[in-house]
Design a protein around this ligand. Sequence first.
Ligand code: NDP
Length: 712
Amino acid sequence: MGRANAQAQAFPAIDAAAPDRRRAPEDVRRRQLIDATIDSLAEIGFNASTLAQIARRAGVSPGLVAHYFGDKDGLLEATLRFLSLRLYRATAARLREARGPRARVQALIDANLAPEEFDQRTSSVWLAFWGQVLHSERLRRVQRVYQARMLANLRHDLRGLVARGEVGRIAITIAAVIDGLWLRSSLSAAGETDSVSARQVAALFVDAQIAAATPAVSLNGPDVMNASPPRHANHIGGQYRPTGGVSFETRNPATGEVLAEIEIAGEAEVDAAVAIARKGQKLWAAKTGAERGRILKRAAELLRARNDELARLETLDTGKPIQETLVVDVASGADCIEYYAGLAAGLSGEHVDLGPTAFGYTRREPLGIVAGIGAWNYPLQIACWKSAPALACGNAMLFKPAELTPLTALKLAEIYAEAGVPEGVFNVVQGFAETGRLLTRHPGIAKVSLTGEVGTGKKVMVDAAGTLKYVTLELGGKSPLIVFDDADLDDAVSGALLANFYSAGEVCSNGTRVFVHEKVRPAFLEKLVARVERMVVGDPLDPATQVGALISPDHMEKVLSYIAKGKAEGAKLLVGGARVTANGLDKGAFVAPTVFDGCTEAMSIVREEIFGPVMAVLSFTDEDEVIARANDTDFGLAAGVFTRDLARGHRVIARLEAGTCWINHYNITPIELPFGGAKQSGLGRENGKAAIEHYTQLKSVYVNLGRVEAPY
Ligand code: NDP
């Protein structure tokens, strides 16, 4: 792994927290604890740094540390994120000053090999993290983000210097040289290199690499720069606003090809977006609901008119089959905008009779500026599901897509602008969790709506608490699908397939625990396996493909590791169970639809959200028993029941602890019905009239019609 990528510049001139004028006392306390962690790691190392010892050092109780960070892992993750943010800010500042691609490469070198990097305290902290990244998924995730960001920036700048075919190799080599120089210096007692000499060596190395490579622009041949992927800025105030700052790449998970470079929104961009949103929101809220509705209706029409183009872009960015995106993703987004366009004119408060001398009324008012943070599985749909009710109610929105799928939200921003939504009312800010945190902690933002993992939901809630924001959380699930012995088995199998393999299983509401009555289990499995075997895994752009790529190679590894656990824990693999590489799929993240039978509640594949094409079949005989087992989870997003006995269907659904349920179907989500989770699967609802509650606040007004009597 690469140090320059993996770690952050530990104590650069730019302090991650310094420019943050929003530092509440809570932030100051967190920062003290992070500082104490850094001191502890530097002095006594990773193993000896316990939660109690760090608390003692900071002069607080271990309970307080647990309150802020959960456990030691949480504290270490926060510390690594903090240090990483410093590197990001230091790099961004240097990149802003650099003119031309060679100067930008040098800026990256200078940020990573700055004098502070060679400080002994700094080095020992980073070495401590280095040792742990391999053992901790949470730390590895932070590290991966920085690795990707460093390589994306090197590749971007090298495209202006060397031929396209050599960009990738040279970028990796430069990153490795930066790592190597720092590592060797940090591990050598005599300090072979310091910042100045390390930067000189790296600069000479880069020059030599560039000199030996084929130049980017050939005098005789085509301009290879034209072949570079496009670079997209943030969409703020109705237009793209390039900064030339730090960027990341988005890739097609089916081929590994880079689709585009995306500029990251830092504090300056988020502040600018909030300022412009404030102005836009006032104009927007002053329109009548009917006027807002007309504009939103136009946006829905534009989305539909561009269905095929947007579906293709979504397929490229997510790996989902075009046969799905053509009929679901864009259409569901357009349906949602159209639905709330229709509701906009009908938004109202109520009149309250208070007798002959007074009455009261309520006004339903917008919250102001709201934030939407999206997951990567339904990028455009999520952006629409959040923005449509928000805008219909007169709010402005800052939307941050997941960094793996940043493209279609930008198209939505273009469409809203074209439809006549005023400047600043819908803005797209791009980036990783740090950009998300800028939103969740911003005092100018009144609410945050997140779609993501349960762990992210908890962090968002903690961060939002600092400024007491409203939160809506659409989180993960491990939902049950129950097939009774009187069910129509063909329908039940169809339901189970819809519940597990749509979008290669990357659907939050999936019914991945399929409970089948023992009496019909053999017949059910026979039909199920026969249909799964016929499913077509392939190029997502091919209309015949039914199962496309997973979102990334990392996610594929996670899914494959669950399949391995399923086998190791004794589940019986009936079909699938492996990566698919044949017929040109070897560069992509493809996994065959997989069914395990003989599953029990003790198994990881039954307890944990996999978010891939892996179905676990469990057997049952008794209604009470299956309800208890179905509810035996912290999740509560969705549930389904297949039975011909409708009384039983309603009875069982009423007892299932889930927010979104189906009787004799699965994963159908009409916009008219509220969608969301119970227990740890979420808070609040999207869609339906229910979402209006989450994007408005009530003002109560008492109106006196008589004299005012006072006892004074
Ligand atoms: P994540 O929770 O990893 O990320 C969700 C979004 O939150 C991303 O934009 C992410 O940015 C951002 N983020 C991450 N950390 C923070 C933070 N501390 N503060 C603010 N923002 C942050 O989810 P995935 O993108 O991996 O999506 C998969 C998950 O989403 C699954 O658990 C799935 O069940 C759930 N989901 C739930 C749905 C529902 O409606 N209930 C629907 C769809 C998915 P970045 O990507 O840059 O890290």
